[in-house]
Design a protein around this ligand. Sequence first.
Ligand code: TEU
Length: 564
Amino acid sequence: MTPQDATWWKSAVVYQIYPRSFADSNGDGFGDLGGIIERLGYLQALGVDVIWLSPIYPSPQADNGYDVSDYRDIDPLFGTLAEFDVLLAEIHERGMKLVMDLVVNHTSDEHPWFIESRSSRHNPKRDWYIWRDSRAAAEPNNWGSFFSGPAWTWDQVTGQYYLHLFDRKQPDLNWENPAVRKAMQDIMVWWLDRGVDGFRMDVVNFISKARGLPDAPTIPGHQFVIAVDEFVDGPHVHEYLAETTREVFGSRDGQFITVGEMPGVTPDQARLYTDPARGELNMVFQFEHVSVDQSPANKFEYLGLDLVVLKESLYRWQGALADIGWNSLYWENHDQPRVVSRFGDDDPDYWAASAKALATILHGMRGTPFVYQGEELGMTNYPFSSARDHQDLEAVNYYTSVVELSGDEIAALAGLGAMSRDNARTPMQWGPGHNAGFTSGEPWMPVNPNHTWLNAESQFTAPDSVFAHYQELIRLRHELPILVHGDLTPLMAADPQIWAYSRRAPESAILVIANCGREPRAVDVGAEWIGAGLLLGNLPDTPGALTSTSLQLAGWDARIYAAG
Ligand code: TEU
């Protein structure tokens, strides 16, 4: 049974764990599998159905595990395969599923495949990676790395460059080579045989590059350019994905889930990737809505939020996949800043209400919601104050390149403070005490000082906590088919502060409405909503039923009403 056959994942909620920062059981300052096992009860209480683990394979950790040196083992930093088997059994025992994060576009430069490939131009694995001669004594083309600088590194031993869209320690695999595709498919079969329930596939829409690796259109002042038109949604990507799903899942019984991470994917392309008839993926992570506040040329150039633009972006995706395919729904992950600081209001007076309001808006939509560790608590960005606070190579490389180019350290730090991936990687805040209960050792990343009041312990049983609100949203999704299958109609789409939409099914309708600002607002809703009952609110004393078409919304007031 391929993942397309079963649609259990349409009513599921997925929780992403970044193991390095989740829970440390052996006091080395890094999260590990033992820590996850200890916290499964917390996740079961939250109500999530699937756990997605960011990579836990052996890795030099240049990109915190997204540089894999052995796909069939567990990095000692996190534990062992035997501990993994215990974790998987415990997850299944609790009625949840486990998704592995498969880094398919590239390996570590310390993977045996690359060590062989770089050993000689005539090595059988030479063509497993993308090697090219220099061009006019320079890089083969003008492609830039996502992590600053060129996407090519010269290899002295064999006198050629190799391609790496990310760090030089992350050489891109050549998916045009059937042996590479087979090797990746065998790895997926190996993990499925071990009992896992699916995969999140890292930058999977980058695996097919444009023929001839042509130059990207130049940008004045930039020697290297991130060549999205030359490697996003490339010529053979659909063919490779359909082949992989067929070879890996085709003859296998079970209920699986596959999600492809796809920077730059368009709604039209996503219809193709997630159309069940094409047998490629269940859903994709698109990046449009998490780019609306960034300069297209520089993610660290923060433009501020225009709510109408954000609404339009998510509605575009709701519309595109309304009849064919399926949306993932997310605000956060290990690469994104904390949503309450980004799109909400992390002032202590509005922090909780805005975190709940943003959760209400997202979880009321059509698609599969993904909750990133700590998002269910309303964890905020970290108060970075110096370059030394940053550990993510993307951030460190960006800071270095800006300071070298312009010397403008203030601008570099301002961009990192708002947008750095480090914001999502500070330790999970379990309690108010030492290191937020994350580790008994020295944490690898600093713990946010606000853990003294912002933590799981203070929210776990509190009925008005952000955690409790996520529990309710997840419960509603499990109980109300209209939240899974109902049509979505935007309301007040042009309003710069109110976010409202309806969900409709033949016999019922739901109204989701939120005030995304501090100023109270009076809004008019259609007469059809009179008598609608409150399913969920985020403030005390929210009226239980709508008795008039006029709603008085307080600051960051968010509500779900059910009519009919
Ligand atoms: O991220 C790919 C991606 O979206 C990059 O754009 C990344 O978000 C970065 O912010 C560039 O702006 C995936 C993983 O999620 C990320 O953690 C890895 O660093 C990357 O691929 C390489 O494996």
